[in-house]
Design a protein around this ligand. Structure first.
Ligand code: FAD
Length: 381
């Protein structure tokens, strides 16, 4: 059977694109290697409220559709972020929502299949591009299979990004999270900088409502091999909460924090983490992955596939690029106790808020751009 689109990966990017393209009447196949893909949710599961995201990018159709869909899966909304650096806590007015990612992915996959999308459980291993078609090799339990399609969509997550673009390890993070219940916390997102627990990243506590929270940490890849992230996270939880239950075991995976790469090679389109569409300063990639899926749908619907990267640059590209400048500048500080202590004494809340909001503000961006250049010259690795 010949498909219009063969999609690899059924995460937020793959399942949203499968749903949208199937509804458009395209013949779609989706290849997913993980039988538990719609049950597992290795994610912090928070996204900004749209109103706050629009401080950093202009609204367009893809942002609108992504957020109106995500809001249907919101389980908790938070008005503030408490950001801890050194001994200082900043309470920032920035709204975020916790969404049920597993339910969202399951919903999108089911809708896609109801519209005729073929689902194949197997591992995508390679592709061959001929003049007017793409031939894809998939390894399933029954052996290898070949699918033929007019286009290939790769939404296979961060491992693909790392391998395909030969990304420096400092541009990758490893993040893991667990779900704790029976705790007493206020309804704010917490982010904490501590180089001993999360070198080059941060620790988060995200309230999910009813005494439950998503607690996790992200650290840069070269440092992960020198620590035990599961133990670090457990110790953090033990020290933080008097009483708690671990509801779900710690689980983690890679996060791209090195910025966006090329997202289209002829008939091959890259979505979400596979093209580095995570915001490097905070590792958020759930909503950017979905926006990229919607942008793909738009250019196909409008018959302008060649505009895919241009539209991405105007939407996701803006926040990913700003986030990359902020991440590189922050690299000068976040690995050192002494620098964190000094910074925490002198940096006011509004600067931290602009950075978290990925705002390219005149009061923060030029200085951060300069510092990011300095950081590039003296990369720790
Ligand atoms: C611990 C953690 C916490 C996070 N917290 C947040 C957060 O709070 N907010 C936020 O916005 N982002 C967060 N992120 C990032 C976010 O999860 C990702 O950016 C997002 O999931 C990217 O979606 P995606 O569809 O591009 O890729 P993925 O979600 O990685 O999906 C890729 C899919 O492809 C499948 N796949 C991979 N290779 C193959 C193959 N060879 N063959 C077939 N199938 C394959 C995988 O099984 C998977 O189902 C977090 C990440 C981690 C690790």
């Amino acid at each position: 059977m010949q498909f219009d689109f063969i999609i690899v990966g059924s995460g937020p990017a793959g399942s949203f694109s499968a749903y949208l393209l199937s509804e458009l009447g395209k013949k779609v196949a989706i290849i997913e290697r993980d039988p538990l893909f719609s049950k597992r949710s290795i994610c912090g599961e928070i996204i900004p409220e749209k109103k706050y995201l629009l401080e950093a990018i202009d609204e367009d159709e893809s942002i609108e559709e992504t957020f109106s869909l995500s809001e249907q899966f919101a389980r908790n909304r938070m008005r503030n972020i408490i950001f801890k650096i050194g001994n200082k806590e900043h309470r920032l007015d920035y709204g975020m929502m916790s969404i049920d990612r597993a339910r969202l992915v399951e919903y999108l996959s089911n809708r896609a299949m109801n519209s005729g999308c073929k689902f194949l459980l197997g591992r995508f291993s390679s592709w061959l591009e001929k003049q007017d078609e793409v031939k894809v090799r998939v390894v399933t339990e029954e052996g290898e299979q070949f699918l033929r399609g007019s286009n290939l969509v790769i939404a296979a997550g961060a491992s693909f990004y790392r391998e395909m673009f030969n990304v420096n390890d400092m541009d990758m993070a490893f993040a893991l999270r667990t779900i704790v219940s029976g705790i007493s916390i206020d309804n704010s997102v917490r982010m904490e900088i501590d180089p001993h627990i999360a070198p080059g990243g941060y620790i988060w506590i995200i309230p999910m409502g009813n005494g439950r929270a998503n607690v996790g940490l992200g650290a840069r890849l070269p440092f992960i091999s020198r620590m035990n992230p599961v133990l670090s996270l457990r110790n953090f939880i033990i020290n933080r909460f008097k009483e708690f239950n671990i509801e779900e075991k710690e689980a983690g995976r890679l996060v791209p924090v090195g910025g966006m790469r090329k997202a289209r090679f002829g008939r091959v389109f890259l979505l979400g983490d596979s093209a580095g569409m995570c915001v490097p300063i905070n590792g958020g990639g759930l909503y950017t992955a979905m926006i990229s899926a919607h942008v793909l749908y738009r250019v196909i619907r409008d018959g302008v596939p060649e505009s895919y990267e241009d539209i991405l640059a105007k939407t996701i590209g803006k926040i990913v690029n700003t986030g990359l400048v902020y991440r590189k500048a922050a690299d000068l500080i976040v690995f050192s106790d002494r620098r964190i202590r000094i910074t925490s004494k002198i940096v006011p809340s509004f600067i931290i808020r602009d950075i978290i909001a990925m705002k390219k503000s005149f009061r923060v961006y030029p200085a951060m751009k300069f510092l990011s250049g300095v950081a590039e010259l003296c990369r720790p690795i």
